[in-house]
Design a protein around this ligand. Structure first.
Ligand SMILES: Nc1ncnc2c1ncn2[C@@H]1O[C@H](COP(=O)(O)OP(=O)(O)OP(=O)(O)O)[C@@H](O)[C@H]1O
Ligand SMILES: [Mg+2]
Length: 277
């Protein structure tokens, strides 16, 4: 998170183009349409691989669903309401019963680990709802985020404040008093406090204005450029795919389309069905 504040480096082609970050193996994607098995994700840094499962003993929500992200990448999951986007994220984070398939982090099978154990392994997760402690101050939220750490967290907190300067100004205020966009900054900042190796965000721009959305996306790009791969769900599909190295369209718990963000934006079927033409 030592990103520099020099002139906007993203102005031509947003998205993550930092070549200094290694992209070991894999990640070869075949363009959609209907690429059900066409992705080489075996080497992915974080992968929910052909996951089938649902809540408790209920019916399967996910059907051989695969989502993955590699170092240096922003991977974006889009799809209609109820498609299972949040469910797929929860499955990767260990909050769901994955009946078939597996979850792997940096080559290690973590399918049976608890969410807390996954945090200890380096996963940061910002859920779609209830992602801050509203009655606690901004700074207390960040401290809570660092709960698994035993070392000095001040440098990380300064990095979060550097990324989101407004949070430093408001650090003594209850987080619930902040605007929607600022609360999402608190949520992302809280997840960064564990110094994650990979960050998962479920609709980080929900309910914010287009300008605030753009700002949040820029901060997310900045985080990814520090070397933290980002796997995120977005309802603002078009804008999100513009910054995505990899995109997944989920429909009814299945992979409907997969490709680079550019490929999906150019795909006729994806445009017509999911991007409003
Ligand atoms: N805790 C739960 N228990 C049982 N079923 C659930 C639970 N959460 C979600 N579901 C069901 O799983 C399916 C997928 O929901 P999910 O929240 O994953 O969709 P989503 O793609 O994230 O939608 P949205 O765009 O509205 O956030 C839906 O049919 C939903 O009713
Ligand atoms: Mg959701």
């Amino acid at each position: 998170m030592s990103g520099s504040d020099t002139a906007n480096p993203y102005q031509n082609d947003r998205g993550n183009k930092d070549l200094s970050i290694g992209k070991p193996g894999g990640g070869t994607l075949t363009a959609s349409p209907g690429t059900k098995h066409a992705m080489n994700t075996s080497q992915a840094f974080l992968i929910g691989d052909t996951m089938t499962g649902g809540y408790g003993n209920g019916p399967d929500i996910l059907h051989a669903c695969t989502i993955a992200v590699n170092p240096g990448e922003i991977a974006v999951i889009v799809g209609p309401n109820g498609a299972g986007k949040s469910t797929a994220m929860k499955a990767v984070f260990g909050m769901l019963n994955v009946r078939q398939g597996s979850v792997r982090l940096d080559g290690e099978d973590i399918t049976d680990l608890s969410p807390q154990a996954r945090v200890a392994k380096g996963m940061g997760f910002v859920p779609q709802t209830n992602n801050i402690f509203a009655s606690m101050t901004v700074e207390e939220n960040l401290e809570m985020g660092a709960f698994i750490r035993r070392d000095d967290i001040r440098a990380t907190m300064e990095q979060v404040y550097h990324l989101f300067p407004i949070l430093k100004d408001k650090r003594r205020q209850p987080a619930g008093e902040l605007s929607g966009g600022q609360r999402q900054q608190v949520a992302v900042g809280r997840a960064l406090m564990t110094q994650p190796k990979v960050l998962m965000l479920d609709e980080p721009t929900a309910g914010v204005s287009p300008i605030v959305m753009d700002e949040l996306f820029d901060r997310i790009i900045e985080v990814s450029r520090t070397g933290i791969p980002i796997l995120m769900v977005e309802q603002n599909a078009r804008q999100a795919l513009e910054i995505a190295d990899k995109g997944y369209v989920l429909v009814q718990g299945r992979n409907a389309h997969t490709g680079t963000g550019k490929e999906l934006l150019a795909d006729e079927q994806v445009r017509r069905s999911f991007l409003g033409g």
